[in-house]
Ligand binder design. Structure first.
Ligand code: APR
Length: 228
């Protein structure tokens, strides 16, 4: 059984990582155009670095929840028949036991050289970091900002077109291209399922939708899928 799982900020909410669009979400306290665009970084790199440095530091205080752990279990059962795609830049899927995670919006614990594109694992603050050891370029957070192209789209499109089950977890369905994967999966014949606290903006596109906390819905769905 080939399965694609797409996750968003909602899967990490119960671990204490704020979502973007809920009340008290990150986009309530920050303007996207100040911290999450290439133009913002060109204009005011210090503000952008401080925003991501704070979020990277906050990772130390959170832990995966049963939803992340259930997806780790699903990977161990399905192997390469599972593609786990996340829009999240935290590392809770990895810490929850998933070895192969496609971070389509990048990763907090990685630095990207704006000059040569080299990627380096990163801990601690990036503000005032030394330039790239290879080319002398400036380092930036390895995250995909608004107006930039998500990572891994070829692999995602192949997997979505070829899957039998497409499950979206904890995402508002507000940001494309991820919000469009469900229609693509359905067009290629997949069974589609939404697991989210409340109906997402795209809920009508799913054949089935279950609403409640990810920490409850995801383990139950994985049990069901694996026939436990
Ligand atoms: N369990 C399940 N779902 C939850 C939970 C929970 N405990 N808590 C919140 N949610 C749901 C919310 O109802 C909402 O629909 O998670 C969703 C989070 O939506 P967003 O905050 O919009 O996050 P996301 O969909 O991941 O955003 C997509 O937008 O800002 C950009 O690049 C950023 O990757 C991000 C992208």
């Amino acid at each position: 059984m080939r399965v694609v799982v797409l996750t968003g900020a909602g899967i990490s909410a119960e671990s204490g990582v704020p979502t973007f669009r809920d009340a008290d979400g990150l986009w309530e306290g920050h303007r996207v155009e100040d911290v999450a665009t290439p133009e913002a970084f060109a204009r005011d790199p210090e503000t952008v670095h401080r925003f991501y440095d704070a979020r990277r530091a906050a990772l130390a205080a959170v832990a995966p929840n049963p939803a992340h752990e259930a997806l780790g279990r699903l990977e161990r059962a399905l192997g390469d028949d599972l593609l786990l795609v996340t829009q999240n830049i935290d590392d809770l899927h990895e810490r929850g036991g998933s070895a192969d995670v496609l971070h389509m919006h990048g990763r907090l614990r990685s630095a990207l050289c704006a000059g040569c594109g080299a990627r380096t694992g990163w801990e601690g603050p990036m503000l005032d970091a030394a330039p790239c050891a290879d080319c002398g370029g400036d380092l930036r957070p390895d995250v995909v900002w608004f107006g930039e192209v998500p990572l891994g789209m070829d692999r995602i499109q192949r997997a979505v077109a070829g899957c039998e089950v497409f499950c979206s977890i904890g995402t508002s369905g507000a940001v494309y291209p991820a919000a469009g994967f469900v229609q693509y999966a359905a067009a290629y014949g997949a069974r589609t399922l939404e697991l989210n606290l409340v109906p997402s903006e795209g809920t009508a596109h799913f054949a089935e939708a279950r609403h409640g906390p990810a920490s409850v819905l995801v383990p139950a769905w994985v049990d069901e899928l694996l026939g436990d």
